[in-house]
Design a protein around this ligand. Structure first.
Ligand code: ZN
Length: 292
């Protein structure tokens, strides 16, 4: 059963054996975001999360990686001795366009997440793209994430398996759903191509952040996420029980819209202060576990 369809938007890494590495991005200014073209419903969801597993599984080890499809990113060597590696593996799900378009979309999503999350303070991020994915997978399956993870783990080691489709993810209850995941600790998430911020939003959920666009979803997640929601429901937003989007979320320190709020607002997005603090704590803890 689909426990938490999160609608939502990372990083790069390198392999030996011809895998190229991707290195880091340059922290670009904040002006690169475009407004979402679609309605703000795209990030709504009905959250019934499973109990969080609590721990991320950072099993990636560069030396253990088996041959992936390819790695993308600048062809620039990077010294990986000082930080552990975090691997994002993109897997095509019923991808119809060509492989180049797939890699471009994976890069776009990855770059946005890497830039906004601050992950490179703690990790070297490698982005991998597999050349093929599971055949004829049902995009409306409640087991999509499980199947994705199983498929991905048979191909490559990664910290997150990201199913990317240029088809249509479907949920019975959510119109125009563009992505979802199983919540904190989930190794998998699925995204539709198009909105570069989706990976950042869904990664936020797998790292423990809650939705800020309505009180129903936030409070449900607050109950089910281990330790509750690290990012508060904005105090000036209505506490109505509704699936409608009733809150734009808590803005970032520099006034941008919250990535854990609704999509489709006219302006730039980023993680707000509470979200960034939480991400920093989580990355720090996991990077220490990984280097141990
Ligand atoms: Zn969400």
């Amino acid at each position: 059963m689909k426990t938490s369809p999160f609608p939502c938007d990372l990083a790069l890494k390198m392999f030996r054996n011809g895998l190229v590495l991707f290195a880091l991005f340059i922290l670009v200014g904040l002006g690169g975001c475009q407004p979402f073209a679609r309605s703000s419903r795209v990030w709504s969801l009905s959250p019934q999360y499973e109990a969080p597993s609590g721990e991320l599984h950072l099993q990636a080890n560069q030396n253990d990686l088996i041959q992936p499809g390819s790695a993308i990113g600048p062809s620039q060597e990077e010294n990986t001795n000082d930080k552990p590696v975090f691997i994002l593996a993109f897997i095509p799900l019923n991808w119809q366009a060509d492989l180049q378009a797939f890699e471009q979309e994976a890069t776009r999503q990855s770059q946005f997440f890497i830039r906004e999350s601050g992950i490179t303070v703690y990790f070297h991020v490698n982005v991998l793209t597999l050349d093929s994915g599971p055949q004829n997978i049902a995009l409306d399956s409640d087991h999509l994430i499980e199947e994705l993870i199983r498929y991905g783990q048979g191909k490559v080691q990664a910290d997150r398996f990201i199913g990317l489709t240029d088809g249509d993810l479907i949920d019975d209850e959510i119109a125009d759903m563009e992505g979802w995941t199983d919540g904190p600790g989930s190794l998998g998430l699925v995204l539709e191509a198009g909105n570069e911020k989706l990976l950042a939003h869904e990664m936020g959920h797998t790292l423990g952040l809650c939705d800020e666009y309505n009180y129903s979803d936030w409070s449900q997640q607050n109950k089910t996420y281990s330790g509750g929601c690290p990012n508060p429901y904005p105090p000036d937003c209505p506490k109505l029980i509704t699936q409608e989007i009733i809150c734009i979320g808590e803005r970032t320190e520099d006034g941008r819209f919250s990535l854990m709020g609704p999509a489709g607002l006219d302006g730039n997005y980023g993680f707000n202060t509470k979200s960034l603090k939480h991400l920093s704590r989580v990355f720090n803890r996991y990077s220490q576990n990984k280097t141990r």
